[in-house]
Design a protein around this ligand. Structure first.
Ligand code: APR
Length: 317
């Protein structure tokens, strides 16, 4: 039997997710959104593309959350996106309430699904989603690290003028200005970036600029597009996570995972590398951080904690 992926939110990211799922024949899709016409129109448009792209996924749209039933994976993008000049954190008030509602529907209809949250501010929203859905913490994750790392990888591939396939990199911490790109672990065909600096392929200054550009990755796109935030790379990132779960690939993907003592953090969702397999988040990968990295990571945790607490308060009001 085919798998089923429910997409809560049929906006820019939701539509792109549905398209990718179809092209990859990952599963049947249902788009769920308060804007019902949008779900049905996009579903029909995408379904018609299947006759050219030759894929066999069923794609449907509805405003009814009953359609969450039997979903193996749920990807949540419901909520507001940021506009130029806004930070992700500015969305906390409106999106907390929406995410709480979505979580309750997940609890009612598909409490055994693997759920990926994309709605921002990510680290706080995934925490609200887990609490309101009562999902097991390993079955509820946030998509951020794959995207932030993808941005870092792309900038590095351009800097070195090498294939993106040969670049590996990842980012720790919250999805925001406090994220911690770990340059020490970034490699090109196994050669660490610090070594490439000493081989004069680049300079420390250039790498620092790339790190800053990665931190501002979403903001840069927002300023260019003005009326929308990024959606292609965010959608691809969540699909990588969903695919690793559905196919039990056990990929190590940086994502907002629930920490239960790892990195000396308890009871908080933070961006860390994790193995995603058939049981959801199967293992959080713990790294030994250097003093400077630890400082940045702890600072990021502090920011995530403050925002998560604020979101919890807002939904209690
Ligand atoms: N239930 C279901 N859908 C909702 C609800 C709700 N209560 N509230 C809003 N939505 C829908 C909107 O109708 C809209 O179609 O969420 C969709 C959001 O789509 P876009 O505005 O196009 O935003 P998108 O670019 O897809 O980003 C969604 O992901 O990366 C984050 O910051 C981004 O928080 C934003 C989210």
């Amino acid at each position: 039997m085919r798998k089923k992926i429910a997409l809560v939110g049929a906006g820019n990211i939701g539509g792109t997710l549905a398209h990718l799922i179809g092209l990859k024949e990952l599963a049947d899709v249902v788009l769920i959104d308060i804007a019902e016409g949008m779900t049905k129109g996009k579903a029909l448009d995408l379904a018609q593309s299947s006759s050219i792209e030759s894929f066999n996924s069923n794609i449907n749209g509805s405003k009814n959350f009953k359609n969450l039933k039997d979903a193996d994976v749920v990807i949540v993008t419901a909520g507001f996106q940021r506009r130029p000049g806004m930070t992700r954190d500015d969305l906390v008030e409106k999106n907390s309430i929406i995410i709480q509602k979505v979580g309750k529907e997940i609890r009612k209809y598909c409490s055994r699904a693997f759920v990926i949250c994309i709605t921002n501010p990510l680290d706080a929203m995934v925490s609200i989603l887990q609490k309101s859905s009562n999902l097991k913490t390993n079955m509820c994750v946030g998509m951020a690290g794959v995207l932030d790392s993808a941005r870092l990888k792309y900038f590095l591939s351009k800097e070195f003028n090498v294939s993106i396939e040969d670049v590996s990199a990842f980012v720790l911490g919250g999805h925001g200005d406090s994220m911690v790109p770990l340059v020490r672990y970034a490699t090109v065909s196994g050669i660490p970036v610090p070594e490439l600096i000493s081989l004069k392929w680049t300079t420390k200054k250039r790498i620092n600029e790339i790190v800053d550009r990665t931190r501002d990755g979403g903001g840069e796109i927002n300023r260019l597009m003005q009326t929308s935030s990024a959606f292609y790379a965010p959608a691809s990132s969540a699909i990588a996570m969903a695919e690793s779960y559905l196919k039990d690939q056990r990929r190590i993907l940086p994502c907002a995972a629930y920490l239960n003592g790892e990195y000396n953090v308890r009871g908080l969702y933070v961006g860390v590398p994790a193995i995603i397999g058939k049981k959801g988040v199967e293992k959080v990968v713990e790294l030994k951080l250097k003093a400077e990295e630890k400082k940045l990571f702890n600072n990021s945790i502090k920011t995530v904690k403050t925002l998560t607490n604020l979101a919890q308060k807002l939904i209690k009001k």
